[in-house]
Design a protein. Sequence first.
Length: 606
Amino acid sequence: MCGIVGYIGKEEASEVLLDGLRRLEYRGYDSAGMVVLNGNTLEIRRSVGKLANLEAHLKKHPLTGHAGVGHTRWATHGRPSEENAHPHRDATGRVVVVHNGIIENYMALKAGLQARGVKFESQTDTEVVAHLVGEAIARRRQAPVPLSPPLFVEAVREALSEIKGTYALGIVSADCPEVVIGARRECPLLVGVGENEFFLASDAPAILSRTRNAIFLQDGDLAVLSREKVLLFSIETGQPIERKTTYLPWDALQAEKAGYRHFMLKEIFEQPRSLEDTLRGRLDINELKVHLDTLKLSEEQIKKFRKMTIVACGTSYHAGLMARYLFESWVQAPCDVEIASEFRYRNPLIGPEDLLVAISQSGETADTIAAVRHAKGKGATTLAICNSVGSTLYRECHGKILTHCGPEIGVASTKAFTAQLAVLYVLALYGALLRGTLPRPDVENIMRNLLHLSRWVGEALKTDAGVAALAKKYFHSRNFLFLGRNLNYPIALEGALKLKEISYIHAEGYPSGELKHGPIALIDEDMPVIAIATQGRVYDKVMTNLEEVSARGGRVIALATVGDTRITALTSGHRLDAGHPRIHGPRGQCGAAPTVGLPHRRPPRL
Ligand code: BG6
């Protein structure tokens, strides 16, 4: 979750760095810092807590210079404190490093450095990198000759050859102030390309207000930024490499809060637009055709796949779980869904006859990337469903389908999830059309419903005041149970994940049919049950489960189809939010517009 910004150019570096770090604040951090080069001197400023503290520190002790690197840190090794905040320096104080990622062998490296007399100032894993680069420079440089950029690059490469783990690094030296070095292994890092100025950033929003041209570094890349140009090298071989410059389709405004209290709220309300953008041009209801131009897999290939495996993490994994119902039912194709971090450490049975689908908003989640590489190594064809053009997954997978959400700044995914579902629906339709496994009237019906989806989501969002009232009523509860069945089971899992991650309230997602096999023992009035009980094939079953909850004195909050009177009759029936026509029901029952994914008039064959 840490953030990196680097700069070299004509502007005051401290201002550019602070601005970039501010735009990465959404990722969360507990301390921040920066180093600025001024001729052959460098100075560091660091502060614990909010960026405002760093800003105040900089006001009192300003930094002057036109190159530097900045960082926002989430503590991993060592508590949040000024000495553990980045940047970190070597023993001479002239080599300075910021780092995202984890140096796995830092204990061994630290022990070696300490045995050679090096004193450590922090408890971080990062500090070893600064010392190793410092030592490598000392070995190569015959004092007092100035440190040339090639020598600096060689020293960084030598240091990195000792490191095991993951990193995005920004490195500067007071003895070579004409360059800023970036290096990447399994952590995102990009170079922003301006006019006589270049930027380093761990995430695009940091630079969007300054340039829309970026070079996405790949694993094993080292970038040398100067005022005039950027040069790229392989860390392993030292050979120059070429990477293309990508135009970022997002503007800086999309990465702002636009009047919302926070990014997540803004992104929740962006769903109608992001669904519309994601579905645009992909469904032809007149010809009953699906257009997926970037899929890059031939119809023959798709027809022949033996099995499909979906890998993803977090919310993206829940989108995959939901897609399994569609692929099995509509395409009649076997579909496994795996948590990427488990898949990569098993010995999964996957081969050249199989398709691996990787779902990821960022396209940079390390476990998902590793799973793709593993599958590719076994000869499988890979397909990325992601939101970031130019990301690692986008580049490395054979085929790709983009969700068109714009930047998702909120770390807990929202609009990307529904856009992923939309893409998965489209992909399942595409497969069903190719294989001829869905009757044409069903295809037409599903397409029509997908085309209404954005409007329905807009309608559902009008329940926000009632939802806020529910939250006010229940936020003291320490535990929640989310129930759903069939398609709504993954939605229950996702609801529980969101509550945990955002409210720090314990929540579990359960298939409602499992209630009787254990969790029912927990039901009482202190454990609100959120039921996703929209009308469909398993509605009656879910109702039976909710009656079990009710019989135990449990409090049900139901997400139900508009007009469903049976669910409101489940309990006593007073309105929770009299001001809002869609929120009704006793003890918090909530009716909403037809749920995302469930065709409105005719239920899908699931
Ligand atoms: C987690 C986020 O860190 O990463 C989740 O909290 C997200 O919301 C998950 O779903 C996976 O990210 P991505 O970018 O691979 O979809």
